[in-house]
Design a protein around this ligand. Structure first.
Ligand code: GRF
Length: 192
């Protein structure tokens, strides 16, 4: 079974969807570690409740990204993690991790990339007045939400759409799509 780590900075609802999907036997992966850059984030509580070890750190305790990514890399290495799954991890992945996990770092973004990359993809779509947006799952490269796309799904934006209603639609889609796409990806790479 593929060993994965989930990186989550905040609420961790996508982390929860992954945990639940593993428990239901739909996602065949072993979630070995949750990595979080915000002490006290709710994602850490979700990990604890599911009995999954976590590594929480404060980036300010390090002089630079390379320093904390090296510590993360050591943890991942010790656990023989094969895939890094970003789920609301609010930091750009640097060369330290990218070089160790080429094509093995996956991210989910709440827009139809290349539209609306970066912070607040949902708000950007609403502000732009587009009729549809969606969710993208992609490999992570050195850019911000620029790596090769693995899967995308659309969400219609209603004329009376609010930020809350759109966020809810997007999250519902994310929770269904992410575990399914991960399962396909891991299954197809079994011979790697
Ligand atoms: C999701 O909308 C994801 O697309 C984005 O950050 C959000 C994380 O939400 N990258 P959660 O922490 O999983 O609830």
């Amino acid at each position: 079974m593929r060993k994965i780590a989930v990186f989550a900075s905040g609420n961790g609802s996508n982390l929860q969807a992954i945990i639940d999907s593993i428990e239901r036997g739909e996602l065949n992966a072993s979630l070995e570690l949750v990595v979080c850059d915000r002490i006290g984030a709710y994602s850490l509580e979700r990990a604890a409740r599911a009995g999954i070890p976590s590594f929480a750190f404060n980036p300010r305790d390090f002089t630079c990204k390379a320093d904390y990514e090296l510590v993360i890399a050591e943890r991942l290495g010790a656990l023989k993690i094969e895939y890094l799954v970003l789920a609301g991890y609010m930091r750009i992945i640097g060369p330290t991790l990218l070089q160790r996990y080429p094509k093995r770092i996956i991210n989910i973004h709440p827009s139809l990339l290349p539209l609306f990359p970066g912070i607040d993809g949902i708000g950007q779509a609403l502000a732009a007045g587009v009729k549809e947006t969606g969710v993208t799952i992609h490999f992570v490269d050195e850019g911000i939400d620029t790596g090769p796309i693995i899967a995308q799904e659309r969400v219609a934006i209603a004329t009376d759409e609010t930020r809350e209603s759109l966020a809810e639609k997007i999250h519902r889609l994310e929770h269904r799509l992410y575990p399914r796409v991960l399962q396909n990806l891991l299954k197809n790479r079994e011979e790697d």
